[in-house]
Design a binder for this molecule. Structure first.
Ligand SMILES: [Cu+2]
Length: 341
């Protein structure tokens, strides 16, 4: 019949908490609005002018009122702040056992990619009760990946990775929206999140099985000739990429200027991506500015391929870099090293 819910269905672990906080804030707003209007109406009768010559008594402030309406709203704001920080911290930090999924937004669709290689468009199949961490980027303009039933959203920013996570609690199909106006067909940049039972999800994954991301990345590593410089056996031409993920890398240059000795940078996904797109942006200690590494721009490495290269670098253990087979020359066809604008 008449189905007009106040909030969307709650289908993730954080949804009830987000709703409680929102309803608490809504209740305070309603309470204050009612109070203001009730007093307005009451006072307009109570203190209405009775005769033409009436002169009202003069007040010169009230300490009690001043303190009251400073302290009470401050306390309410403080409660909202502390509660908000608690919920925000839960939403922002993914559990260690999350499954990774990579998301690329572009006018006007969403591409999803599993580390195990499965890909889909405008859809995401996940298992109920399992935390999922999304790493999100965009190929063109700003988008925003939003799942109202899970109460999560995150901007998709070109040139940068953002992350978010969720843990679905109920099997079903939920809306996926782009909630950042991104051009004429923005309203059609929608999709579905399918939450399946664990066993069904395993089946789905095996039906869509493909070469895993890291394996695809390994192929790219050879095809793009990364291996000519980042060869396993010698570290003369370029630093080894083995086990660098989430390590602190000593730096020599940052945006063209030498940095103080001992300066380091965390080799997270954003750093790895920057090192491939704009090698000269930051240079590892022991290497010269500008970098001899060619800049792999969008025409050489798409955002999808970038995820695969990064998955490969993340998977590289000691001694696993393929060795250079024959003496190859530096890939000069790729153009001169570019300096980040
Ligand atoms: Cu969009």
């Amino acid at each position: 019949m008449w189905d007009f819910p106040l909030v969307p269905e709650q289908a993730s672990t954080v949804a009830p908490e987000v709703d409680q906080l929102s309803l608490f804030i809504l209740a305070i707003n309603i309470g204050i609005t009612v109070l203001v209007f009730a007093l307005l109406i009451l006072f307009s009768f109570l203190y209405a002018r009775r005769s033409e010559s009436e002169v009202p008594p003069q007040y010169h402030g009230s300490m009690l009122l001043e303190i009251g309406w400073s302290i009470i709203p401050s306390l309410i704001c403080l409660v909202i702040f502390i509660w908000g920080v608690k919920v925000y911290a839960e939403i922002i930090v993914p559990p260690a056992d999350s499954t990774d999924v990579y998301i690329v937004g572009r006018q006007w669709m969403w591409k999803a990619q599993y580390p195990t290689g499965q890909r889909e468009i405008n859809a995401l199949h996940v298992a109920v009760g399992k935390p999922v961490k999304l790493t999100i980027t965009s190929e063109d303009v700003l988008h925003c990946f939003s799942i109202p039933a899970f109460r999560v959203k995150s901007d998709a920013v070109p040139g940068r990775y953002t992350t978010m996570w969720f843990q679905p609690t109920k099997p079903g199909t939920y809306h996926l929206f782009c909630t950042e106006y991104c051009g004429t067909e923005h309203s059609r940049m929608i999709g579905k999140i399918v939450v399946m039972e664990e066993a069904d999800h395993q089946k789905w994954l095996s039906e869509k099985a493909e070469l895993g991301d890291a394996l695809q990345g390994r192929k790219l590593f050879s095809k793009l000739q990364c291996v000519t410089c980042h060869a396993g056996e010698s570290q003369a031409r370029a630093p080894s990429l083995e086990e660098i993920y989430m390590k602190r890398i000593p730096l020599a240059f940052d945006k063209g200027s030498a940095v103080a000795p001992g300066t380091t940078v965390l080799a997270d996904e954003n750093y790895l991506r920057e090192s491939i797109r704009y090698p000269s942006a930051r240079i590892a200690a022991g290497f010269q500015y500008p970098s001899i590494m060619p800049a792999y721009d969008e025409s050489l490495v798409s955002e999808d391929e970038m995820f695969q290269l990064i998955a490969y670098i993340k998977s590289l253990k000691k001694g696993q870099t393929p060795t250079r087979i024959e003496q190859t020359t530096i890939p000069s066809a790729l153009g001169a090293p570019a300096v980040r604008k």
